[in-house]
Write a protein that binds this ligand. Sequence first.
Ligand SMILES: *[C@@H]1O[C@H](CO)[C@@H](O)[C@H](O)[C@H]1NC(C)=O
Length: 613
Amino acid sequence: MVVSKHLRRNRARLFLAVASVSILLILSFTYQSVDSNEYSVIDTDTIKEHPVPPPKPQVPLDFPPAVEEIAPHSPKQPKGKTNRPQSNKIKKPTPDQLKTIRDYTVFFDKLEDFAIHAESIKDKYTTDKAKELFSSSDDFLFSKQYLENVLDIPQDTFDKLKNSHTRYVEQRIPDLVDKLGFSTFGNILESDKEWNEYQGSAGYVLVGGGRYSWLSYLVIRQIRASGGKLPIELFIPTKSDYDEEFCEKVLPKLNARCNVFDTNLANNLAARFKIGGYQYKMLALISSKFENVLYLDSDNFPTKNVEYLFESKQYKDSHLLLWPDAWARTTNPKFFEIAGVEVKENKLRYSAYDKKQAQLADKPLDPLSSYTFENSNFHDFEGSLPDPTSETGMLVINKTTHLKTLLLCLYYNVFGPDFYYPIMTQGSAGEGDKESFIAAAHVLGNRYFQTAKQFRWTGYVSEADGKFTSKALGHFDPAYDEQSGKEADIIFMHLSYPKYYPNWLVDNHDLVYEKSGKHIRMYADINDNVGYDFDLRVLQFFTQGLCPNYFNEEGLAVDGTEGPRKSKDFMGPFLPYVGSDDEINSKRCEEVFIPHLKWLKETTQFPDNSVIV
Ligand SMILES: *[C@@H]1O[C@H](CO)[C@@H](O)[C@H](O)[C@H]1NC(C)=O
């Protein structure tokens, strides 16, 4: 709190703090890229998701002004109508078509016809990228004029985008859905006998491969430790990322399996559309066997059994649950023109900026109807996408209800890096796929529910510089009832900085202060909320999975913890990411991880329920 007051008083220092953290991060990324376990392009892409661990926000995080449930704008469909074609209209695909459905190529066939033959608009700013401000900030006006002039979008590029988008929505999607008789975002048809089993099915989807399989493994352990029962799929982009021992021996015991994507198709898509990184999320969804998917980034841990989300009212009403990011929306107004969505000069809600202005003028707020595009936040107007932005490190979606949403989302992601990611975010924090789900649902007039309560920056005031340092994002329960008077439950911990890569944790001194050697409890902030010691929970899985020297000759834990066995818990023999660095990891274990685990155990306030093995 001291820190946040301090920052409020001194914006220059805030800037310095952010700048110095950025430099630290750049240094740590440089290290990552020389790591012997270097994997693939996804690394940097995923890391970019939260480019700067932000300082403690200047405004106490409270319930944001954003509307909780968004009544969708419906340009093309009457409300309440689902995407599904009427069964009697379903056409049976020909055998040739059926083949392209089964192998997913139908989703990408002739997608080149929609390519935007223009220079990429990424980083093409008129002057500078969009301001990176919290959605709660009250001193900057994101007006229509401001947002329209961040990216320099040539008229010709705009025309091509609009043409491509219109054809995709008006021809391509109906062609796929109505003519081929698709009912869901996947390769199963309503006429298949497996459909009955598919309908209503639900499970977790994570993306693995290389070091991502290691992170995902920790998340999977946590899902099971906290009581999650639904099956889990780990998406593996290509055969070369497939770790047989891990997929065949470790995961089945956790009711999880590897979903290995077709290597030829993956390579084909990489060559045609440079698909990789963020876009794997779409491939993981398409090829998932579940109708209802809880997607999790591989560094995003549920804190408890979250399967009630599938049964929640919020999900039953919308079939798409999203969580907010911290950042103010900076979408270019031209996006709405491209998508054929009218934004009316009809203001629907006040933003923090309006309240501040009224306060400064010592006047009550003007009526909403008196505002114009010139003096209001653009994203408060009818038809626009509301603040705040989305954080798609987790989402819950019904692939049948949201077939069209996902088809449009696929388009945004295929043409994302060069066009749609920039236009949706304009260089502000976390530019990437994060807005593509909310945008696709919005443009098609499909319902979605974005959790109202802003996540909690989780971290501590560092002894090294006296500043708050954010280590994770604690996301709240969307079903939380504000009236209940109780604190909302944190149900996901997105452990973005640091991620649980052994080199990162050690080299960046995330667990132990470099100078004093004192141990750090990174997430102490949220332990009362979740009811156990989160640092300890995660570090136990981490240490037993990574450290051969955590086990004695009998294969039992050296600290006497009951349960862990080297034969089943040490991942060296199963994951090359762990096994190939045996020696250096043993050293890190001896010097940092094992002593740190010991310290966490000795000092925990939750000795009974933190370690679950
Ligand atoms: C998903 O959506 C389809 C179509 O709207 C529906 O039949 C199915 O029951 C839904 N599944 C769940 C779990 O709500």
